[in-house]
Design a protein around this ligand. Structure first.
Ligand code: ZN
Ligand code: ZN
Length: 189
């Protein structure tokens, strides 16, 4: 499946967004408007005006709904639920597809309406990126890290869809080390 630049950026942004949610003992990485601004900057989200408390509340609500897309397991009921969720979100965001070739990128489609709030912007563009993954039969690429104390969302873009951890250098390794120590403990007892 062809994943163009903007789709890739939208997928990265939605993964980042979902992973700002507090999990277990973690704190909320979207704790205030300053944190929301940092999120916008690191994801290079364009056409965003002044952000306020209202944006923060709206983006947190959108985050909770996107989290459900990543939480759904790979069965038929979950697929239907994902479709319904994305349809409802995209419709509510006032999505307005239009062709653009900004910043030297090839022609591609933006989905957020001109002047959309940050929450609607994220819903439209990330929602459509996720919708295209579903259309491409790639829904199973939307994963949660299998490290038990992590559970971070990620999009598995590996050729054979075999990624199990959000970042194999940390989570994958951490698990290997834990398994190795457990084996050693067993051998020593
Ligand atoms: Zn673009
Ligand atoms: Zn992880």
């Amino acid at each position: 499946m062809l994943i163009n630049h903007d789709t890739r950026c939208a997928l990265d942004a939605v993964v980042d967004l979902v992973n700002t949610a507090p999990e277990g003992a973690d704190k909320d990485d979207l704790a205030d408007v300053a944190a929301l601004r940092r999120f916008v900057e690191r994801n290079d989200i364009s056409d965003i005006g002044t952000l306020g408390e209202r944006d923060l509340t709206a983006v947190r609500a959108v985050r909770a709904r996107f989290a459900e897309v990543f939480a759904a397991a790979g069965n038929e009921a979950a697929a239907r639920r994902t479709a319904e969720l994305l349809n409802a979100m995209i419709a509510a965001a006032g999505t307005t597809p239009r062709l653009t070739d900004h910043d030297d990128y090839d022609w591609h489609v933006h989905y957020f309406a001109p002047g959309a709030s940050l929450a609607d912007h994220l819903t439209a563009d990330c929602g459509m990126a996720l919708a295209f993954l579903v259309v491409g039969g790639e829904r199973e690429r939307l994963r949660r890290c299998e490290a038990p104390d992590c559970r971070h969302a990620f999009v598995d873009l590996s050729r054979n869809r075999s990624r199990r951890y959000c970042d194999s250098r940390t989570c994958g390794n951490r698990l290997h080390v834990a398994a190795y120590r457990a084996r050693r403990r067993e051998a020593a007892s």
